[in-house]
Ligand binder design. Structure first.
Ligand code: PMP
Ligand code: GLU
Length: 398
């Protein structure tokens, strides 16, 4: 809501649609309604015991004080090892900054790299917060639209067409939130061949879903030698280790960018939570096979939800190769009246589903695609089945 006593900056900012929908679902649940929350992307698993034990150990070892702003040396060493082990990337300690979630890593990057009016390329659909993180730093989001027909991936020509002398940054996630699409090495190389012609563009590669990948291959933009110095690799433990509330994210970056993020963070929040940092050392030292049971479960749920969605009239869905979302195109319903209710947008449709079935999803508009809704399947199988059954019953009757 607009309040003239507040800054233009915050007045112009959108509320995070994922968090808003989750809050609304929570509120309805508290009122006694039967709500199934498929809006928020957070694993329903608990934190693995070996990570919990490391946190308890850190408390008992009396970790309590401010950590270095950019993270404990032990954690940076674990991150350095992780980048090498999983991505073949060499990042030294002075190229790594630990933050309070990957969200803060992204916010730092926007603050230190963007000037007023700089354009930020967002292959769409994109993660909900990219646009506002860029805007609040003075950037102008420029969407590059991809659709379900191209598996929600942009082509090199799309990228070339969007670049202007004002382009400063491109942010993308692979595996992608919300589409689940994964860019192959070949596809990334083709995008890199365009980007390499524009030395002022910094690429932010958000790899937070790296391990939740069913296609088998994860490639990092920074692995291309010619892109290494102009790419920042963003990652974190929220998704892979079910540590969303522990709030640890990190970057591997060119030194001058890491230094700037350190400076920015030092004035805004300081070092991330010290206990969570020590727990993250253990998480990252552990080979990713230790979390394979979660990935396997997400894969089974993906099959389940895709089969159930196929039975729902008017939904068109790609096969997500990673993350834990489906992003069906529901444009069939836009402009129609369902059960006497006029649906004029994906937002109307998501609200209609919530009110009539109690299933919370998120409108695709927030992700830069007004034809879609996002459904998180990081939920119990029984909830997925019940949710899809309620939606099918509602839409089959209309
Ligand atoms: N990037 C993407 C693509 C995400 O989905 C999320 C969601 N949490 C984040 C970044 C931020 O993660 P964190 O919990 O580490 O702040
Ligand atoms: N990243 C998750 C999502 O997209 C968590 C919510 C958020 O941080 O926006 O749902």
């Amino acid at each position: 809501m607009m309040n003239t006593n507040l800054s233009d900056r915050v007045n112009q900012m959108a509320t995070s649609a994922t968090l808003a929908m989750a809050a609304k679902a929570r509120e309805l649940k508290e009122q006694g309604q039967s709500i199934i929350g498929l809006s928020l992307g957070e694993p329903d698993f608990t934190v693995p015991d070996f990570v919990k034990d490391a946190a308890i150990q850190a408390i008992n070892d009396n970790y309590h004080a401010y950590s270095p702003v950019d993270g404990y040396p032990a954690l940076k060493k674990a991150i350095q090892h992780k980048f090498k082990r999983d991505n073949g990337l060499d990042y030294g300690p002075d190229q790594i900054v630990v933050s309070t979630g990957a969200k803060q890593s992204l916010a730092n990057l926007a603050q230190v790299l963007l000037n007023e009016g700089d354009e930020v390329l967002l292959p769409a659909p994109y993660w909900v917060s990219y646009a506002d993180i860029a805007k609040v730093a003075g950037g102008i989001p420029v969407e590059i639209q991809a659709s379900i027909d191209t598996d929600f991936k942009i082509t090199p020509q799309d990228l070339e067409n969007a670049i202007t002398p004002k382009t400063k940054m491109m942010i993308y996630s692979s595996p992608c939130n919300p589409s689940g699409s994964v860019y192959s090495k070949k596809e990334l190389r083709a995008l890199a061949d365009v980007l390499i012609k524009y030395p002022d563009i910094v690429v932010i590669s958000d790899e937070i879903y790296e391990h939740i990948n069913f296609s088998g291959g994860h490639y990092s933009m920074a692995q291309f030698e010619d892109m290494y110095e102009r790419t920042v690799t963003v990652n974190g433990v929220s998704k892979a280790f079910a540590m969303t509330g522990w709030r640890i994210g990190y970057i591997g970056a060119p030194k001058y960018i890491a230094r700037a993020c350190n400076k920015m963070q030092g004035q805004v929040t300081s070092g991330a939570n010290c206990i969570a940092q020590m727990a993250t050392v253990k998480a990252l030292e552990t080979p990713p096979q230790a979390i394979q049971y979660m990935v396997d479960a997400f894969k089974e749920r993906r099959t389940l939800i895709l089969n159930l969605l196929a039975e729902i009239p008017g939904f068109k869905t790609n096969i997500p190769e990673g993350a834990f979302y489906v992003f069906p195109d529901i444009s069939y319903y836009i402009g129609r009246s369902i059960s006497g209710r006029q649906i004029n947008s994906a937002g109307d449709f998501a609200l209609f589903l919530l009110e009539k079935t109690g299933v919370a999803t998120v409108t695709g508009e927030a992700f830069g695609d007004p034809n879609c809704i996002r459904i998180s399947y990081a939920a119990a199988e029984s909830d997925i089945k019940e949710a899809m059954s309620r939606i099918k019953t509602l839409l089959s009757a209309s």
